[in-house]
Ligand binder design. Structure first.
Ligand SMILES: [Zn+2]
Ligand SMILES: [Zn+2]
Ligand SMILES: [Zn+2]
Ligand SMILES: [Zn+2]
Length: 221
């Protein structure tokens, strides 16, 4: 896959940039952006880079209030990229673990605001599902004081859907969960695929595409 496959779009200027260039681009694009004059409502916001740990195609840059809790960030990651059946998730920051559901006495939950745990330059690891895990890394790139937005989590930029092909060369629409390596299939080849319809999951622009029951619909129920 070419490096172009990792490229994405800046939601501020609508420009297309490579995965590598987007951080620097956003720094300039955000500096030029009109965020209103700082006033007494202004509050610190963090610029986060979120990446799928082992699948370089998938990444996004977010701006969130520093007061956002791990719980709200977890919710956003689930809604956007991850939720299939309500699995357990965990943030790891400086050797401490924060779980979506406490299992044992002494476990830490996710009620903590980001500002208490993270600052510019720091990293967090994140796991969704301890069985068929999807792992992310989250890095704090910068911070600034701006007037809070109505929707607290803002997607500054994210990867374009990777160009995934069926073995026949057509764009893949499905992935077979029963095939060992996870066969990518176009509409036509999917209809004659030997494993049957019930094994086919839709291709979604997410690092969880083809994993567990993930179909991008935002989860169970
Ligand atoms: Zn831009
Ligand atoms: Zn699942
Ligand atoms: Zn199959
Ligand atoms: Zn095909």
């Amino acid at each position: 896959m070419s490096s172009k496959a990792y490229s994405g779009r800046c939601n501020i200027c609508d420009g297309e940039y490579s995965k590598r260039a987007i951080n620097r681009h956003l720094a300039t694009c955000m500096a030029k952006e009109d965020v209103g004059k700082a006033d007494e409502r202004s509050a610190p916001h963090l610029h986060l880079r979120v990446e799928a740990k082992y699948i370089p195609n998938y990444w996004m840059n977010l701006e969130v209030p520093a007061s956002l809790t791990l719980h709200r960030l977890d919710e956003f990651l689930r809604d956007t990229w991850l939720e299939c059946c309500g699995h357990l998730s965990e943030f790891s920051i400086k050797g401490e673990n924060y779980l979506s559901e406490k299992i044992e006495p002494g476990d830490k939950g996710m009620k903590y605001p980001l500002r208490d745990l993270l600052s510019v330059g720091m990293k967090a690891d994140y796991i969704y599902d301890f069985g068929s895990s999807t792992e992310l890394t989250i890095k704090v790139l910068s911070s600034r004081d701006i007037i809070p937005r109505k929707k607290p989590v803002r997607v500054l930029a994210s990867n374009l859907p990777p160009d995934i092909r069926c073995s026949c060369g057509e764009p893949a629409e499905y992935i077979c969960a029963a095939c060992d390596e996870g066969a990518w299939l176009c509409e036509k080849c999917a209809s004659s695929h030997e494993c049957g319809d019930e094994c086919l999951l839709p291709v979604v622009n997410s690092p969880r595409t083809g994993v567990c029951g993930y179909d991008g619909s935002g989860g169970f129920l």
